[in-house]
Write a new protein. Structure first.
Length: 133
């Protein structure tokens, strides 16, 4: 296993902890981790996320696999890390008061929304500078 694989496992574990800890779907964590943390393109991150959440997202993941929007290796590694993290996050959530869980969830959403928004605003500006085809 390479260092890149280890980072993907850690990212999957982190997403799984968040999923179990604050009650989010895995894709809510996987996609921002891949787009912000690993700098995957949005389409590739979403496809890989769906593949990692097998079997519940299998129906959604198959079209992305057919279109070439999935990295199967990282998807498998993230799924394994996510499963372990989800168990630990759910157990952790049993001992954390509801209001604190809500604050953690809100902070998570705000931080990722700000980062993703900043990246999204950069791309339209670059597109305006390029000549039309």
């Amino acid at each position: 296993m390479s260092w890149g694989d280890a980072l993907v496992v850690v990212a999957g574990f982190f997403a799984g902890v968040l999923s179990g800890f604050i009650g989010i779907g895995g894709g809510t964590a996987f996609v921002p981790i891949m787009t912000v943390g690993f700098r995957f393109g949005q389409t590739l991150a979403q496809g890989t996320s769906l593949a990692a959440i097998v079997p519940t997202a299998l129906v959604g993941g198959l079209p992305n696999i057919r279109e070439g929007n999935v990295l199967l290796g990282p998807g498998r590694w993230m799924g394994g890390g996510g499963a372990v993290g989800a168990i630990l996050g759910a157990l952790l959530a049993l001992y954390v008061p509801g209001p604190l869980l809500a604050r953690v969830w809100g902070a998570f959403l705000v931080l990722f929304a700000l980062r993703m928004g900043r990246e999204a605003w950069k791309k339209p500006a670059a597109a305006r500078r390029s000549p039309p085809i």
